[in-house]
Design a protein around this ligand. Structure first.
Ligand code: PHE
Ligand code: ZN
Length: 886
């Protein structure tokens, strides 16, 4: 990935795809594991691809020391070309030959965490996307699929556990205190799914019997001290296995399925065949150390990686441009799983709202900024930069729209056809869409397939403008929907999208009008729908359930939005109406001149009170409605952004909510605070979330009125808490409100949890994200960089402090003196020197600099230019900053 540190990076283009000139049918790897010098013997059966003109074999490699190359047991000539090993004198014909390559590498010096590396004395691998080439010379591309046999040899005392993909077929002792294990993976796979683990680990084991009666062994490997934090991940895994069998008829195809946790990991987790490797953050939980959010994340990430076993591993990507083929589909599947696990319709809606919130606060800005790219990108300099919210979350929305267009059963049929056609193959997004359409020939998807696929090809968030006309004479309501999409880099104009708009009509008393529920499928710039037989002008509830990833512009009045908030049958649109009302007020106050006053009016506050006190709504839903739109989401609505003004406005709104609803917050707290023994279910998690919001509000109000009662109660709750969710929320309420008790609580929290890495990450993140008051956030973060527990090399720790500040504390980062940008610049460069992937993600924090008002804009540009001018920048960061400046 960083072979090219100098010169202009090579651009890889989708249209240049060509099949490989050789196939590798089988791989036999032998590792002599040593942190300083690991020896890798790679014996492959290779043959020419008869469909491609004869040419030399070019194998990818990076940071390898080559010792020997043999072809059919004989020495051979070779040359090196830009990191590739080139073999010209190969046997003629298409008969397979044996290629043996012996290399060494240095895992303990591998700070990028790609390829083979050491974390806390244990060996791990990470090969997606292009890390296998850091282990041995290979055709490192996903369309080359082979069977693997892997022998691991290592010191037995230091590395008692030796794991790789597939089934354990042999193990035993060797001389000199060493031992070995031999693994065979019967499934052909691309090399990005290879994995090994060697170290001192213990495991939780769980035998299971599938619906069809086959036996399997599930295992989760962790450090000894973490064994008591593996139950939830195991429960989640079992639930995911059962769900995939029930909903899609997809069984576990392995005797053994293993998950291993590591503290040092660039991403969330990795779906290596039969041997998933996870960031500890997405495995480890017990009530004392993990919050409800952690529990929910673990459930969905464990499921996500498991679901890849079919969508990703059995059928994989032809090339990396097709990444969303596996990621968009697998995110969609994990979202559906989490909704099914949540249970009640209202809990499902809560999950949907959370997913849409991520899409709108992270993906919409990406799609409107310099890194905007289609779900299936056309080019990249560094593929690691394209593991994005667009490929993942927007990709999942594209799959969701297909389900909306063909129905739930139709979707299951389409998936079945996809596996019938492509099991064992490396395919494209077109193949997936084609299977969906072919399995549902009468659906609007099949009807508009070519136009629908523009979702894969065109970047940018489409806008849908809705205008309603009521004709009292005729009793008709005419709805006109017009779509457009702004230009994105390299795509000045767009063709129309296929947009499913789920909708219904209400009367002004909030009753649903019978017979008006529809799925309107837009496929032209303008679409008109007519409803008749109406007595009075209706209110349109459009884009229910967020049926398409678009920005909807409508002409609903505040009064009409208030009706939707109070009465819509679609819970998503109830929430959305509340967000729209809040957004209108936020934008008005941001745009107004002079000091920020009170942005919220009586009608809005009364509506919020009604939701909070509502006897029938779930706590989780109330918490979502009563949470104001994020500062970054408010910023997205503006052409010119003053982050300080937005922060001031949103804080003023929060304080108004805190004061005007004070008694209601007290009531909400008292009603929801007692939840018995900890269980991470949706209902009790919702109650804890609302309790937490109430405490935040009550501490905020106390800040203004100087009344110590609620900070005192909050501090007491912090001390008495019996689970991390309650404890963390109380701590956060004190710290966020800037109360002095917050400092005391932070110190106690640190004392109590200093041995728990993941809890310490929360401790850093809370302080990094705490609201800026008179410029205090940056110095606070700078001081924490010096804290003995801070460690820049550990991605989780670096992100908890630095990324939280740069991505989630806009008022702290965007300072008039430019010091926030200088901090960003220095950290990006510092991290880039040893881990380009982590650095490139941090670099994206200034993507939207062009929208900033002065003096922010010039200062941000100067910082980005300084990074771009740095010598020896990685390809990863170079691509991000040069796009930002383009
Ligand atoms: N494929 C992983 C997932 O989404 C993500 C990942 C990508 C992990 C690259 C590591 C490296 O499930
Ligand atoms: Zn994935």
């Amino acid at each position: 990935m960083t072979a090219l540190r100098e010169g202009s990076p090579r651009i890889v283009r989708r249209e240049d795809y060509a099949p490989p000139a050789y196939w590798i049918d089988s791989v036999d790897l032998t590792f002599d594991l040593d942190p300083a010098k690991t020896r890798v013997l790679n014996r492959m059966r290779v043959r020419r691809n008869p469909d491609v003109p004869a040419q030399p074999l070019r194998l990818d490699g990076e940071e390898l020391n080559l010792a020997r190359v043999l072809v059919n047991g004989q020495g051979t000539s070779f040359k090196m070309d830009g990191g590739q090993l080139v073999l010209e004198a190969l046997p003629e014909g298409t008969e397979p030959f044996e290629l043996e390559i012996f290399t060494t590498c240095c895992p303990e010096k591998n700070t990028q965490l790609m390829g083979l590396y050491v974390s806390q004395g244990t060996f791990f691998t990470q090969c997606e996307a292009e890390g296998f080439r850091r282990i041995t010379y290979f055709l490192d591309r996903p369309d080359v699929m082979a069977t693997y046999t892997v022998t691991l040899r290592a010191d037995k005392a230091k590395y008692p556990v030796l794991l790789s993909n597939g089934n354990l077929v042999d193990s035993g002792d060797l001389d000199g205190g060493r031992h070995y294990a031999r693994w065979e993976d019967p499934h052909r796979k691309p090399c990005y799914l290879f994995a090994l683990v060697a170290g001192k680990l213990v495991c939780r084991s769980q035998p299971i019997i599938s619906r069809s009666g086959t036996e399997h062994l599930l295992q989760i490997y962790v450090r000894q001290a973490d064994l008591d934090k593996t139950e939830h991940a195991m429960q989640s895994l079992m639930a995911a296995i059962a769900w995939d069998e029930t909903r899609f008829g997809l069984p576990l195809d392995l005797q053994r399925f293993m998950i291993v946790a590591t503290s040092d990991f660039n991403m969330g987790a990795m779906e290596n065949k039969g041997l998933n490797i996870f960031n500890t953050k997405f495995v480890l939980a017990n009530p004392a150390t993990a919050t409800d959010v952690d529990y929910a994340n673990i459930e969905s990430v464990v499921a996500h990686e498991y679901f890849h076993n079919w969508t990703g591993n059995r059928v994989t990507c032809r090339d990396w441009f097709q990444l969303s083929l596996k990621e968009g589909l697998t995110v969609f599947r994990d979202q559906e799983f989490s909704q099914d696990m949540a249970g009640s319709p209202s809990a499902r809606a809560v999950k949907r709202i959370e997913d849409v919130r991520v899409l709108r606060t992270a993906q919409f800005p990406e799609d409107a900024g310099p890194m905007a790219h289609p779900v299936r990108p056309d080019q990249y300099a560094e593929i690691n930069n394209f593991y994005t919210v667009t490929v993942y979350e927007k990709g999942a929305e594209v799959v969701r729209m297909m389900q909306t267009l063909v129905g739930r059963e139709g979707f299951a049929r389409g998936l079945k056809l996809y596996f019938e056609r492509h099991d064992g193959q490396a395919v494209t997004c077109d193949d997936f869409a084609q299977a969906m359409a072919d399995a549902n020939p009468d659906s609007p998807l099949a009807q508009h397939l070519e136009a629908f696929k523009r979702w894969y090809a065109q970047a940018g968030t489409p806008r849908v403008r809705a205008q309603g006309q009521f004709d009292p004479e005729r009793g008709t309501y005419t709805l006109t929907l017009r779509q457009s999409c702004p230009p994105t880099p390299g795509q000045p104009t767009k063709a129309p999208f296929v947009i499913p708009v789920a909708m219904g009509l209400l009367d002004h008393q909030g009753h649903a009008l019978p017979g008006t529920e529809r799925l309107v499928v837009l496929h032209e710039p303008e679409t008109t729908v007519v409803f008749d037989g109406l007595q009075a002008a209706p209110i349109a509830s459009l884009l229910r359930g967020f049926s398409a990833p678009v920005i909807l512009e409508h002409d609903l009045s505040d009064d009409e939005l208030l009706v939707l908030l109070a009465h819509d049958t679609d819970p998503f649109n109830r929430w959305e109406a509340g967000q729209q009302l809040a957004l209108r007020r936020a934008l008005a106050a941001v745009r107004a001149a002079g000091p920020v006053h009170e942005p919220l009016d009586g009608a809005f506050l009364e509506a919020m009170r009604a939701v909070l006190r509502h006897p029938a709504l779930d706590a989780a839903f109330k918490e979502l409605v009563l949470t104001l739109p994020a500062e970054t989401y408010i910023a997205e609505q503006l052409d010119e952004v003053d982050p300080q003004r937005i922060h001031a406005v949103r804080e003023a709104m929060r304080r108004q909510l805190a004061h005007a609803l004070h008694d209601d917050w007290v009531w909400a707290y008292e009603q929801h605070k007692d939840n018995g023994a900890y269980r991470p279910d949706a209902v009790s998690a919702g109650r804890r979330a609302l309790t937490g919001l109430a405490l935040h509000m009550l501490c905020l109000a106390a800040r203004d009125n100087g009344n110590p009662v609620w900070p005192g109660k909050t501090y007491q709750r912090f001390k008495d808490a019996t689970n991390m969710t309650d404890r963390y929320q109380a701590l956060s309420a004190l710290v966020t409100a800037g109360h002095e008790l917050g400092q005391r609580a932070l110190a106690q929290f640190h004392d109590r949890f200093h041995a728990e890495e993941l809890v310490l990450d929360k401790w850093f993140a809370l302080q990094a994200g705490a609201p800026d008051r008179d410029g205090d956030a940056l110095p606070r973060v700078q001081a924490l960089l010096q804290h003995p527990d801070f460690n820049l090399r550990n991605p989780n720790r670096a992100r908890s402090l630095i990324s939280t500040f740069c991505h989630a504390n806009p008022a702290g980062l965007h300072r008039a003196d430019g010091a926030g940008y200088a901090f960003w610049r220095d950290r990006v460069l510092e991290i880039d020197a040893f881990n380009p992937q982590v650095a490139a993600r941090l670099a994206r924090a200034l993507d939207r600099w062009r929208k900033l008002a002065e003096p922010y804009r010039s200062a941000a540009r100067a910082a980005i230019e300084a990074v771009a001018a740095h010598e020896g920048l990685s390809t990863d960061v170079r691509e991000v900053v040069s796009r930002a400046l383009a």
